[in-house]
Design a protein. Structure first.
Length: 133
């Protein structure tokens, strides 16, 4: 079952040593190991120094690597200063969370989330979406 309200952690500074520190802390607290499945949000500061979410992503295979590599390999994220993350139980849940937030309209997301590899039956949870049925 897709979670309606994932537990988000953050915002934290979007630096790779901070990503490692926070994910290490999570692993220790939950007594689990990498790799984690989950979703993440990048944020940037607006004119009032408020941190606003601007991009939603997910990883079905290694959340830590995804958070660290995505913002360093694509220049469109250069304004991003912070991140949040949530850990999820399955790639289906990660897809559902990513899709739900995608439909809220984050400015750096330009296309609908891809379905998990080898899982074409999973559906976007948002009614009216072309991937909902
Ligand atoms: Zn959708």
């Amino acid at each position: 079952m897709a979670q309606n309200n994932p537990t988000w952690h953050g915002p934290f500074s979007l630096e790779n040593d901070v990503v490692n520190r926070e994910l290490d802390l999570y692993l220790k607290q939950k007594n689990v190991k990498d790799p984690l499945i989950g979703a993440y949000v990048y944020g940037e500061k607006d004119l009032n120094q408020k941190i606003s979410p601007v991009y939603i992503g997910r990883s079905d295979s290694d959340l830590r690597q995804e958070i660290k590599s995505r913002h360093t390999t694509d220049r469109k994220f250069k304004s991003c200063t912070h991140f949040w993350y949530c850990v999820l139980d399955s790639e289906e849940e990660a897809y559902a969370v990513e899709s739900k937030y995608y439909h809220m309209g984050y400015k750096l997301n330009d296309k609908h989330p891809k379905k998990p590899d080898n899982n074409d039956t999973v559906k976007c949870p948002v009614p009216g979406c072309e991937y909902h049925e």
